[in-house]
Design a protein around this ligand. Structure first.
Ligand SMILES: C[S@@+](CC[C@H](N)C(=O)[O-])C[C@H]1O[C@@H](n2cnc3c(N)ncnc32)[C@H](O)[C@@H]1O
Length: 298
């Protein structure tokens, strides 16, 4: 395995209470749900949310038989679990998105929202997702758009040094990146996805608007304006639907996890652990109370 890029570690973080709960972000939450519903197939077999955090969006996946909430933070996954209870459709998997612990061709639908900005190596991440997507599957990606209206105005007013028009990602704070929509499209295509419909979300993410305009009205306006993403992409948040080419190999039914180190398929859990059957590897991973922990071997 080659050196993996650095990870923005949310272990033990208060992300849920500090960023979402009673923090005046109902507009963003509701607008994101609308965009997600528009792009994600409502039903399916197996879905994975990459960087699911505390499971904020988990109730959007009611139409799926099996839902993997995947995140680097065990503590956020435990919060998701506490909130979602014993629903057997949910599987909690801790790991690093650069080494996804799943067999190839597994997931009908992949969802990634508010997480790409932590990817120091987005192309490597896309390669992993293309590997685990089922042929003909769907990948809904939301990402932070560096070429947004506010960034353009700030740049023109000389209040921002970096250019929103340059293609390369900008790291505005350590391990926090904004991306150019064209660069993202190119990287998705290189990984084997087919980027399609794009929605422009959260144009009204401004304190003054959120304080003065009722949330329902703001969300309604957002819902209308989202469609402009097909021709103009100047919002801070973009949602893009990606197709995955049909014709490849789907995962063999009954296979699911793979060793994140050598990608050999894993068998059943024995004594609270999964053991890699590849004798040259033989790594073991802990499974405890429905949390499969692939962050590091035991
Ligand atoms: C800003 S939070 C967003 C959580 C959720 N998507 C939401 O919208 O509520 C970013 C999440 O990405 C996860 N993350 C960051 N780097 C990761 C990596 N390399 N592998 C897996 N998860 C990662 C973090 O642990 C965190 O939960």
């Amino acid at each position: 395995m080659t050196e993996t890029p650095p990870v923005c570690d949310y272990e033990g973080s208060d992300y849920r209470t500090r960023f979402w709960e009673n923090q005046g972000r109902d507009y963003e939450d509701l607008a994101e749900r609308i965009a997600l519903r528009r792009l994600m197939p409502p039903h399916g077999g197996t879905l994975i949310e990459i960087g699911a955090g505390f499971g904020r969006l988990a109730d959007e996946y009611v139409g799926y038989d099996k839902v993997v909430l995947f995140d680097y933070s065990r503590s956020l996954l435990r919060e998701a679990q506490a909130h979602l209870g014993d629903d057997p459709r949910f599987i909690y998997v801790a790991g690093n998105w650069y080494n996804m612990p799943f067999v190839a061709g597994l997931f009908d639908t992949l969802v990634q929202i508010r997480t790409l900005h932590h990817a120091a190596d987005a192309p490597a991440l896309f390669r992993q997702l293309a590997r685990i997507a089922k042929p003909g599957g769907d990948y809904v990606l939301e990402f932070a758009n560096k070429r947004n209206l506010k960034a353009i105005l700030r740049y023109w007013a000389k209040r921002q040094l970096w250019s929103p028009f340059e293609r390369e990602p900008v790291e505005f704070v350590e391990l926090n990146f904004d991306f150019h929509p064209r660069w993202i499209r190119e990287q998705l295509q290189t990984a084997g996805f087919t980027p399609g419909r794009t929605l422009a979300a959260s144009y009204f993410r401004l304190g003054v608007l959120k304080r003065t305009i009722p949330t329902g009205l703001l969300v309604g306006l957002d819902s209308l304006v989202q469609w402009t993403g097909a021709i103009m992409q100047l919002s801070p948040s973009l949602f893009v639907h990606n197709g995955h080419p049909a014709g490849g190999k789907a995962a063999v039914p009954s296979t699911f996890f793979a060793c994140p180190h050598c990608q050999t398929g894993l068998g059943d859990v024995v004594d609270g652990r999964l053991t890699c059957p590849n004798t040259a590897c033989n790594r073991q991973y802990r499974v405890e109370n429905n949390l499969y922990d692939f962050k590091e071997p035991i």
